[in-house]
Design a protein around this ligand. Sequence first.
Ligand SMILES: *[C@@H]1O[C@H](CO)[C@@H](O)[C@H](O)[C@H]1NC(C)=O
Length: 235
Amino acid sequence: MRAVACTLLVLGLLCDNVSGEVTINSLRVAAEAWDGELPCRTWDCECVFKHQRGCCCASRELQEVKDQMLVRVMDLSRSVAQLGGSLLEFLGGMRVAFTASMSFTTNCFGPFTRNSSIPFDVVTLNHGRGYNPTLGIFTAPRSGLYSFSFSVYSKVGGEGTRIYYKMQLMKNGEVVASTWEDNRDDSEDSSTQTLLLPLQQGGQVYVELLSGRQLCGNVKGLNTFAGSLIHPTLA
Ligand SMILES: *[C@@H]1O[C@H](CO)[C@@H](O)[C@H](O)[C@H]1NC(C)=O
């Protein structure tokens, strides 16, 4: 309390002469007893402490302080508004997530002569608009750690018919995960992969069906592709 009062009143020298609890009164008594020049800088404390009991000795200075406070408060409120804007922008950019599935078809998808990205065309969620359902490609709107998963289901006619699929998750043209089935013992099968991938902004992820293979008997919701941002990174 004492230190605060001394600092506020810019009366460092006087404070040394005041003992006990500091009040305006005790400061005044100390100032009146002081016979050197009062260390008040631009404040007219000769007037305050030695001549006048009124309030007006420092009115010009007080007005200046008031003006400065006003400018400061306006600066602060501008900063707070800017911070709020940045925060909203940041939180908006955090919302990156998509979920898509293949639409129901009685035909098989494939076989094709080349590895082909799968256009999961039924989009139920696409925050951040990173997923393109026409191409089946997700493009990272911002750098970060992402989670992806895809599920594959295929059903061929009767027993003895060959289930033959292989799907691979691609990141910027490189295989990062795959799942496959090749048998004649049962007529339907399904599998799922989930993984975490760091991506740069603009990085692309999609699921490919390998050449010569096929997905058949897709039922709603069994062939899916989903991804979301876990946390952003700077690069
Ligand atoms: C298709 O994917 C397979 C398995 O990753 C790979 O060996 C093959 O080179 C790919 N084909 C083309 C044309 O990229």
